[in-house]
Write a protein that binds this ligand. Sequence first.
Ligand code: PLP
Ligand code: LYS
Length: 418
Amino acid sequence: MSTLQRKDGALAMEGVPLEEVARRFGTPCYVYSRSMIEAAYREFDEGLAGVDHLVCYAVKANSNLAILDVLRRLGSGFDIVSGGELSRVRAAGGESSKILFSGVGKSEAEIRFALGERIRCFNVESEPELERLNALAGAAGTKAAVSLRVNPDVDAKTHPYISTGLAGNKFGIPYGRSLEVYRHAARLPHLVVSGIDCHIGSQILEASPLEEAVDRVLELADAVIAAGIPLHHVDFGGGFGIRYREGDRTMDVGHYTRKLAQRMQGRGLQVLLEPGRYIVGNAGVLLTRVEYLKLDKAKRFAVVDASMSELIRPALYEAWHEIVPVTEAPRERATYDVVGPICESSDVLGTGRELAIAEGDLLAILSAGAYAMAMASNYNTRPRPPEALVDGDRILAIRARESVESLYAGESTLDKAE
Ligand SMILES: Cc1ncc(COP(=O)(O)O)c(C=O)c1O
Ligand SMILES: N[C@@H](CCCC[NH3+])C(=O)O
């Protein structure tokens, strides 16, 4: 929304008309704004300026190398959840000493890789993971820095699929067992206890659950320190919600972080956060063209060339993304379900949208910077779209469209199978 301005009826991102991006790269195509990404990162960094802190961008939201590079240049750390994300952060020049490794299912190979890269900290999610990490660090002749992800049992008041901090979720170590697990971790020879972390969910729009989690985590941090186990940092995770729909409220990140900084003054603990969506979500759009306008009895469909393969959020969470024509033109206004070409009834990008459009028109699906390309698939053997970054009045191609040949190659593997 705020990434875009309309000039003479045509939508532009920073200084670049979106029609020009579509002409250059075709559709569907993701487009991101560098200045929006930088501004969102700075809200966290400046809010926490009063305390020792590190903002660790959650790579899962969008792992494009150019975006990682933009953030690295600002001093960002990175929260990763796989060996693949670790490779990408390293390829973008991200420093190992600023990488956190989260996730409930770290494989042996991923742990070995991360130990070899000497990352900053493993956010451990279970007791068996603690044992595995200790054994692998010992075998590698090193010590692993660990933080325990505790499950504070706080209701994030978000969609149940993206709520992670309630008892009964698969994430983290139950709050009540945490102190005991800290005592055990401190005795393991190949681990160094470094911090404590939590993450209660995503797309959180109220500060109160986040603040409740801070209370719970700090209470536990005090108990851990009192038990003679020194801590270096506290990591309050990510989850900061963005505005998807005109009129929706949004998190006041500046207020939240300034309050948090005040609260952490004098504690001697570094503050870490892991925002993903807030940094890139509103900074991106998905461009798509109308293929057909179809009337089915009483219902009108706008069949576009993007689909749930490029933006699965509406199908998965019934999420709302604004859909707007890129160029305003005198057209008949009607109400459409905007759907893609995929053979699933859930391949819907928006329902009941009032639009003045015609076949061939270019549409922008807004707030598609986070969990869009990152969750894209090749379902229906569709090549994943290109990505472009707008930087002032420049358009940078930051990932080409996936090669059609590689997807369509009709090579038989039967006679080659071993
Ligand atoms: C451990 C962890 N940290 C950070 C994030 C980033 O969340 P968000 O994009 O909502 O800020 C997630 C995803 O929910 C996560 O699981
Ligand atoms: N992918 C989800 C959020 C999950 C966050 C990762 N734990 C979304 O698009 O909203």
